[in-house]
Design a protein around this ligand. Structure first.
Ligand code: NCD
Length: 309
């Protein structure tokens, strides 16, 4: 197969296992490209991409922009804070104005779940969801699985625990879909209040004891508590959260095996993970960031190849 089954990347739940394999094979090629002295290919010289960020981002925005530039696409950037959205313009009007400047692809981060799906139905451009509220963050899950595959050889059959704020995390949901699709075993671990009630319907088990979860897994993906998405308190205090669900060196060293540690960033050092763990050889946090560029190049390249010209 040399084509994706989808026209947009709106969520992992729309992808097939073959799509994921194709993205990873393509990313392998681009990873080799970005390690060359000349890190650029001319593949998308005739393509224009708009990065529309209606929510804060550091890694994801820079990673997409770099991926686009390394494919030689023309890039325009938009962030809601400095735009006419503040003057009352609707999402469709904002995007149609941008598209009238002959934009082929839109990478969008938006606080509303489903914003990407909505846009894909109303505008004539390829859409990549760069995070829609607490819903999905597909490129993050793809780069996470790609990084597991790189470190452990494959994702299928591996045991992954996702630790922290599962309820508010788009990284958790997209990772669950991606890992299950590839045949991994998935558990989640965190305060009961931060685990969604429908979790078993996703084929995922819950383990509320962090040490037991770590003993079971090959990989632990440590998530940030999404305080900005909380209107009420979900646990008594940050100190208590850290005591029960924070990963520290003592806990890691008490296991009789070496597990792989992941984090999507931004890290709250000393809350969900201590600095000595985040900076240790077991952590692949910076590999994840590096792989993000190659994986996003692959997604953009594969979607661009479906543009009718
Ligand atoms: C995450 C996000 O924004 O969803 N970060 C990222 O994209 N790497 C996770 C987070 O904010 O905790």
């Amino acid at each position: 197969m040399s084509e994706l089954s989808v026209d947009h990347l709106l969520g992992i739940k729309y992808l097939t296992k073959e799509d994921v394999d194709l993205i990873f094979e393509t990313a392998d090629h681009f990873k080799e490209v970005i390690n060359r002295p000349i890190k650029k290919v001319p593949s998308l010289r005739d393509i224009t991409i708009a990065n529309l960020f209606f929510e804060n981002s550091t890694r994801t925005r820079l990673s997409f922009e770099l991926a686009e530039k390394r494919l030689s696409a023309d890039v325009i950037n938009f962030s809601a804070a400095s735009s006419s959205v503040k003057k009352g313009e609707t999402l469709i009007d904002t995007v149609n104005n941008i598209l009238s400047m002959k934009v082929d692809m839109v990478v969008m981060r938006h606080p509303n779940p489903g914003a990407g799906v909505f846009l894909s139905k109303h505008v004539d451009a390829k859409i990549i969801n760069a995070g829609d509220g607490a819903h999905e963050h597909p490129t993050q899950a793809l780069l996470d699985s790609y990084s597991i595959r790189e470190r452990l050889g494959e994702v299928g059959g591996k045991k992954i625990v996702i630790v922290g704020d599962i309820l508010h995390s788009r990284v958790a949901l997209s990772n669950i879909f991606a890992l299950k699709l590839q045949g991994a075993e998935v558990k989640v671990c965190g305060p009961k209040t931060l685990i969604p009630k429908y979790i078993d319907k996703l084929g995922v088990q819950v383990e509320t004891n962090l040490k037991k979860a770590l003993k079971w897994c090959d990989v632990a993906n440590m998530l940030r508590v999404q305080n900005e998405r909380m209107e009420i308190s979900y646990f008594p205090s940050t100190r208590e959260y850290t005591q029960q669900f924070g990963l520290n060196k003592g806990l890691l060293d008490s296991l009789d095996k070496e597990i792989v540690i992941m984090h999507p960033g931004p890290i709250n050092r000393g809350v969900e993970i201590t600095s000595d763990v985040a900076d240790s050889d077991q952590a692949i946090i910076l590999d994840q960031v590096q792989n993000g560029v190659a994986v996003r190049m692959a997604v953009i390249y594969l979607l661009a190849s479906k543009i009718k010209r």
